[in-house]
Design a protein around this ligand. Structure first.
Ligand code: ADP
Ligand code: MG
Length: 230
């Protein structure tokens, strides 16, 4: 296969943490490729390195060695300012804890990642409203996060992650704080909206019900990815 065609290419990624008891080898050689429209899930027990891997791919952390290429850019080689721009424009993050700003409305929270971008305000607000409508929050746009249910807050987080039309959507335990029924509907929405936006979705979770819904599945074992897609 032509390497140039890969929208995400992770090669030979390793991560060690230095600790009092010696060196901790969390990632020992992770390789992964994805194209636009792909939805990949990585499972593994708590402490297996899922968040670490996701944060390195999203340039929130640095690897010990290895390469990450996103849409032809090597974000780990960029300077700090360019890295911040890359994170803002190319990557969307959905976290277990939504990290919404409590004093801002739903609409304002979705618009936060656009503050640094140069797009016309009216276009971007229309896009935010369309996304919020898509996830069923049309009637909640002036609510504050504290006035929403956990599932609603997570749906706002999904809209915020997608507002800048990222090439790559990274989700870390996106249903971790939700009850089973809400987790199921948020999982469905995440997969559907990512596909509609033609973004790559890379999700890490220990929730096997959520993982089972993804077309490509990997397990993080001994610091490496094993393909567990049936
Ligand atoms: P997961 O998301 O799969 O639960 P993490 O990626 O959060 O796992 O953590 C993987 C391992 O790396 C854990 O053993 C954790 O304690 C360790 N770890 C994570 N971050 C650090 C850090 N900043 N310093 C030292 N050890 C860390
Ligand atoms: Mg984690």
């Amino acid at each position: 296969m032509n390497d140039q065609a890969d929208d995400l290419r992770v090669s030979g990624l390793t991560k060690q943490f230095a600790g009092a008891a010696g060196t901790l080898d969390v990632l020992t050689g992770v390789n992964l490729t994805m194209q636009r429209g792909d939805a990949v899930v990585i499972t593994g027990p708590s402490g297996s390195g899922k968040s670490t891997l996701l944060y390195i791919i999203g340039v929130l952390d640095e690897p010990t060695s290895g390469e990450v290429n996103v849409g032809g850019t090597m974000p780990l080689l960029l300077g700090a300012v360019e890295q911040a721009k890359f994170r803002n424009e190319t990557v969307g993050f959905v976290f277990q804890d939504h990290h919404l700003l409590p004093q801002c409305t739903v609409l304002e929270n979705v618009l936060i990642p656009t503050l640094a971008a140069a797009k016309p305000a009216s276009d971007i607000e229309d896009r935010a409203r369309t996304l919020l409508d898509r996830v069923g929050l049309k009637d909640r746009i002036t609510h504050r996060p504290g006035q929403l249910s956990g599932g609603e807050r997570q749906r706002v987080g999904i809209c915020r992650a997608l507002i800048n039309e990222p090439l790559l959507l990274l989700a870390d335990e996106p249903t971790g704080n939700l009850d089973q029924k809400t987790a199921e509907s948020v999982g469905t929405l995440l997969l559907e909206v990512a596909a509609e936006q033609n973004t790559m979705l890379l999700c890490v979770t220990h929730n096997l019900d959520l993982a089972a819904r993804f077309p490509r599945r990997y397990e993080l074992t001994d610091g490496k990815l094993a393909d567990v897609t049936e």
